[in-house]
Design a protein around this ligand. Structure first.
Ligand SMILES: [Zn+2]
Length: 86
């Protein structure tokens, strides 16, 4: 597998899962395309990530700031995430 970097957090720790490269650090998913810089998946999948991260804010309040920051990387206007940054 071609070594790639996460476009969101810069981590080089990506593993392959069901045809996608998944960042071990921030869990970004990238479609594997030979010889190309990985591109983000569709908006639908990004919204799914936001949903999962919001749940983590609720269930893991000690790390909610970090999760909220990741949500705002995906969706800078997300009101639900902003309340965790206050
Ligand atoms: Zn990452």
């Amino acid at each position: 597998m071609k070594l790639i970097e996460c476009a969101r957090c810069g981590s080089g720790e990506l593993f392959e899962e069901a045809g996608y490269a998944v960042c071990a650090y921030c869990r970004s998913r990238y479609a594997l395309q030979s010889g190309e810089i990985p591109s983000r998946e569709t908006v639908v999948d990004l919204l799914l990530d936001v949903h999962v991260l919001l749940q983590k804010c609720e269930t893991d309040p000690t790390n909610s700031y970090r999760y909220a920051s990741l949500i705002l990387d995906i969706d800078p206007t997300n009101q639900n995430a902003m309340k965790y940054l206050r």
